[in-house]
Design a protein around this ligand. Structure first.
Ligand SMILES: NC(=O)c1ccc[n+]([C@@H]2O[C@H](COP(=O)([O-])OP(=O)(O)OC[C@H]3O[C@@H](n4cnc5c(N)ncnc54)[C@H](OP(=O)(O)O)[C@@H]3O)[C@@H](O)[C@H]2O)c1
Length: 322
């Protein structure tokens, strides 16, 4: 079976498509024929070896996917050969086969194609927890969603809207601005003027919450865009890490809150994982949530997918298909 391996930490050129022995499931595991593997920003950090995402090389990249179970190990009672399952947080997904712990394999309901399920496991669960756990959006809340045409951004914009929130989206413009608007953003701004847009929309009061996966380029204006006791949710750093912050700024900004959440802390138990994916799958099945796959690449082109994602040339979700 073929797999994309990180041969050594580095740029896209270190990704190599190699032949590996087929997997045999151990106790509590299933082997899945991968229909689609998700590409995520975190994969770029793992490839580069950036702490805490780096691993000992060589390793098979990718942590998200969906496909059909081809073998079941001992002590697995609820999953059978032929079931379609999806996962996130499981290493080794850029491959024709993946080994998935049975307690991390989520059954994909009929009516949802495996690639669609793969497309929402990491970014969809993230958007779901950001809008329902980190800051549970209430009717009328004003939320800034940065990089709103991206993988997390398009899903988060829709989920904030369906909870009754008002979205001020940022994008780099053009088609991305249109996509953010189509996803339900009430206002679409650039990274340089979103602060003014938030102030205009809120009569100077500021946003209730800022969802920031961009980081360095947006953090300062994001803090300034918050209303009294508002929450800055820094969940990523697509433009680079945020430098250390003087906590006094939280006081002078109006008793602000800051958090830096990760998905791993929001799908701790199987029950939590299933609750979040059930909600996502329900929204997809009833047409509430639209999943945009902005690019599908063969495994051999994983490097191109990474270059496109890092180069801001993508919208929505990127998938690899074996
Ligand atoms: N904490 C968590 O639980 C969690 C989970 C998933 C993802 N994340 C983070 O969420 C962020 C978004 O991830 P994603 O996979 O959905 O990616 P994405 O949003 O599809 O792609 C990143 C987007 O960020 C924008 N961007 C702004 N400045 C950029 C820069 N200097 N370089 C590259 N992109 C820039 C670009 O959109 P424009 O062209 O519109 O500016 C780009 O398309 C990442 O930081 C990721 O690490 C965190």
């Amino acid at each position: 079976m073929r797999a994309v391996v990180v041969s050594e930490p580095g740029g896209p050129e270190v990704l190599q498509l190699v032949d590996r022995d087929p997997h045999t499931p151990g106790p509590g595991e299933v082997v899945v024929d991968v229909a689609a593997a998700g590409v995520n920003f975190m994969d770029i950090y793992s490839r580069e070896g950036r702490p805490p995402y780096g691993r000992d090389t060589p390793f098979v990249l990718g942590s998200e996917g969906a496909g059909t179970v081809s073998a079941v190990g001992g002590e697995v009672s609820e999953i059978r050969v032929g079931d379609v399952v999806a996962w996130t947080g499981v290493p080794g997904s850029y491959a024709e086969q993946a080994v998935v712990p049975a307690d991390r394999a989520v059954p994909v309901p009929s009516g949802i194609e495996a690639p669609t399920a793969a497309a929402v496991m990491l970014q969809g669960c993230t958007a779901q927890y950001l809008a329902s756990s980190t800051w549970p959006v209430s009717e009328g809340d004003v939320a800034v969603v940065h990089a709103a045409a991206g993988g997390v951004g398009l899903l988060l914009t829709q989920i904030v809207r369906l909870r009754g929130g008002v979205v001020v989206a940022t994008t780099s413009g053009g088609e991305k601005a249109d996509l953010a608007r189509d996803a339900g953003a009430g206002h679409v701004a650039g990274y340089d003027d979103f602060l003014q847009v938030v102030r205009a929309v809120t009569d100077g009061a500021g946003a209730h919450v800022v969802y920031d996966g961009v980081g360095k380029a947006t953090f300062d204006d994001g803090l300034a865009a918050l209303r009294r006791r508002g929450l800055m949710v820094l969940y990523g750093a697509a433009s680079g890490p945020v430098p250390p912050v003087d906590l006094l700024r939280l006081m002078t900004g109006g008793s602000l809150y800051v958090t830096r959440p990760t998905l791993g802390d929001h799908i701790v138990s199987r029950a939590e994982l299933v609750a979040r994916t059930d909600e996502l799958f329900g929204w997809i099945l009833d047409g509430t949530l639209t999943v945009r796959v902005g690019g599908t690449y063969p495994l051999a082109d994983a490097a191109a997918a990474h270059q496109d994602l890092a180069g801001r040339r993508t919208t929505g979700k990127l998938l690899l298909t074996p």
